[in-house]
Design a binder for this molecule. Structure first.
Ligand code: ADP
Ligand code: NG1
Ligand code: MG
Length: 435
């Protein structure tokens, strides 16, 4: 377990050449908007969840890894207020608020999840830690290349960046673990009642290994992926903003209801039980035993039974995924692929959070020879993660691109070109010095 590493502060680094090119472009944008130079940069990655979706907010472990795509910020102190600009000016318009302390008011004024509200969630979160008199103003230029609203956690990269920028700008050093927990709480201000997977991997990722992330308390363990395994992300190009629809929170509440109905039937102290994880702990049962109990108690609640069946079976798959990675069996990759397929079927049929374009992409990935493929992230659109091997990956990617071009006839050719890419475990968040 990486207890010590999780308590470290975010590293302050010098950018390498590739990053320097992007930071120069962002600096130019910052200077053109604010007429002075940024004082530091932050980089927060997106993530791909290899297995374990819709279980973090139920208290069960997940297995994601950070990806190459990220959100970069150029940050400078201002005399007062919050001043935001985004490099993609046509998509994300500038935002100004005179008072940093009061900018959170916009979160309750309307329900619409405008892009700058994700940043403001992070500001409000950071203000839980920063004393008011230390807090003047901040200028920020944002540039992200994580496909938005596609299950690769672009939202948490924005929120977590804001928390990191605020704390660093005002001289607060927090552990990666505390930054992750603070960012997870902060993101709930957007309206989604998620878990802490996205923010945890954003801060705690290390290159070279995926992570098993456990909650309450938050802790991470490296999951070394088999040397021959290659994970490919394929974007269905169907976007779904989770804060703009009610589906995500409906699922969170269904899980809570399922846990409470069972607790009421089986436990004396039932009203303390808020999650399926807490229910299992109080019952003192294994995952399959908990499912057996759920089957009997939830006879009159078929939808709630489907949801809890997904959660408990997905929680088992996460643990099995980790133990297969730790084994050296010959059929390691076949078994990992099978778990990924089962996960997709469960999310599609029991949790009902897939999308027809995503299901088609999973089918196409399997036809192109993937050992397994599943929807990743919250769903209702977004990306698929597929497992293949080093010797097959080139032809797999070419074949899948060809099929996507044929079936997604309506989408622009360049979107399809960028929609399928190889991924490997990358580093977590960092702060970069200006030169
Ligand atoms: P995801 O699955 O990517 O986390 P969400 O639905 O949770 O998707 O959040 C997507 C929202 O995050 C976008 O609609 C946008 O408001 C915000 N966002 C993502 N990327 C950027 C970016 N580069 N710049 C500004 N806002 C962004
Ligand atoms: P995405 O799809 O990245 O917004 C959401 C939640 C996660 C987790 C997954 C499903 C937030 C910030 N993110 O991720 O906590 O529940 O769905 O596994 O709520
Ligand atoms: Mg999100």
């Amino acid at each position: 377990m990486n207890k010590c590493e999780d308590m470290e502060a975010v590293e302050i680094l010098k950018p390498d050449d590739i990053l320097s090119n992007r930071l120069d472009k962002l600096t130019k944008h910052f200077v053109s908007r604010f007429n002075n130079k940024p004082q530091f940069f932050t980089r927060v990655p997106g993530r791909v969840n290899l297995i374990g979706d819709h279980v973090d907010y139920c208290g069960f472990p997940v297995c994601p890894m950070a990806i190459e795509q990220d959100v970069l910020l150029a940050v400078g102190k201002a005399d007062s207020g919050l001043h935001l600009t985004n490099l993609e000016t046509e998509k994300y318009s500038d935002y100004d608020c005179d008072s940093l302390i009061n900018c959170g008011e916009v979160l309750t004024k309307s329900k619409e999840p405008h892009w700058y509200k994700y940043f403001i969630c992070g500001v409000v979160g950071a203000l839980e830690e920063i004393t008011e008199d230390k807090c003047q103003g901040i200028n920020v230029a944002v540039w992200g290349n994580i496909p938005p609203a596609s299950g690769l956690s672009s939202s948490s990269a924005v929120v977590s960046s804001a928390v990191l920028a605020m704390t660093h700008a005002f001289g607060y050093t927090m552990s990666k673990k505390d930054l992750a927990l603070l960012s997870a709480r902060a993101e709930r201000h957007i309206g989604t009642e998620g878990g802490a997977m996205d923010q945890a991997i954003a801060f705690l990722a290390k290159p070279g290994a995926a992570k098993l992330i456990e909650f309450n308390p938050l802790r991470t363990t490296d999951v070394k992926l088999p040397v021959d395994a290659v994970f490919v992300i394929a974007n269905s190009l169907a976007e779904c903003n989770k804060a703009a629809t009610s589906e995500f929170n409906t699922r969170v509440r269904e899980c809570k209801s399922a846990a409470q109905i069972i607790a009421k039937e089986k436990l004396e102290k039932w009203d303390a039980v808020k999650t399926i994880g807490e229910l299992q702990k109080e019952l003192g049962t294994s995952l399959p035993e908990t499912l057996e109990i759920a089957k009997k108690v939830l006879l009159e609640y078929p939808t709630l039974y489907k949801r809890i069946k997904h959660v408990l079976s997905e929680a088992e798959r996460v643990l099995e995924f980790k133990s297969i990675c730790q084994s050296s069996d010959d059929d390691q990759l076949t078994r990992l692929g099978k778990l990924m397929n089962e996960s997709h079927e469960s999310l599609r049929d029991l949790y009902q959070c897939s999308h027809k374009s995503v299901d088609l992409l999973v089918e196409m990935a399997l036809e192109c020879g993937a050992l397994g493929a599943r929807i990743t992230g919250a769903g209702w659109g977004g990306c698929v993660v597929a497992l293949t091997t080093k010797d097959k990956v080139e032809s797999f990617v070419n074949d899948l691109k060809q099929r996507q071009r044929t079936f997604n006839g309506g989408v622009r050719a360049n979107s399809v070109e960028n929609a399928i890419f190889i991924t490997e475990p990358r580093a977590g968040a960092a702060i970069y010095e200006t030169r």
